[in-house]
Write a protein of this length. Structure first.
Ligand code: HEM
Length: 148
């Protein structure tokens, strides 16, 4: 009972943090980026990855140590829809992450170089789609908790 409560609290805190980080990344990843700005958003992106990993770990713990038991979830369509949406968010985060690393390395090696506006807009598009799929995860989560 207590384990379920602690895991549920952790899950919610992590999930809200993840969405907040995504929102801040969108604010920081703008056209007039500087080298310190690139370094700062790169560090935040690493934290985003770590928090996403923690969401996965705590989520798996909830499946096995939650009140309903893992059989409830493995036979739930909305659980698998939620897992698929989570995987899509993970995959969508790869191209902007790689791009930010490339940009930072290049800006450090070539003083004065910065990514062009269309390049930044391209990375932002991935983050926007991630945020949209994230909202879908919440829909599946509510359905899954109620046996749909
Ligand atoms: C960004 C990713 C995620 C979001 C936004 C999210 C969101 C949520 C929310 C809002 C709930 C509460 C549902 C409710 O009680 O109405 C929930 C419950 C839960 N989530 Fe997640 N979740 C995420 C990832 C995961 C992952 C990766 C797993 C498992 C591997 C997972 C497993 C669970 C479980 C087991 C519950 C308990 C449902 C119940 O009460 O029966 N979640 N999630």
């Amino acid at each position: 009972m207590l384990v379920d409560l602690v895991l549920a609290i952790l899950h919610h805190l992590l999930v809200f943090s993840l969405f907040a980080i995504l929102a801040v990344e969108l604010v920081w990843l703008k056209r007039d980026l500087s080298l310190p700005g690139l370094q700062r958003v790169g560090r935040l992106d690493m934290i985003y990855g770590a928090v996403a990993g923690a969401v996965l770990v705590v989520g798996i713990l909830r499946v096995f140590f939650g009140l309903k038991g893992y059989e409830y979830y493995v036979s739930s369509h909305s659980f698998w829809a939620k897992m698929a949406a989570f995987a899509v968010v993970g995959l969508l985060s790869i191209p902007p992450t790689l791009q930010m690393i490339r940009w930072r390395k290049r800006a450090e090696a070539e003083p004065g170089w910065l990514p062009s506006a269309p390049e930044v807009a391209g990375a932002r598009r991935y983050l926007h789609i991630e945020a949209a799929v994230f909202l879908l995860i919440l829909v599946f989560a509510a359905a899954m908790a109620r046996g749909y």
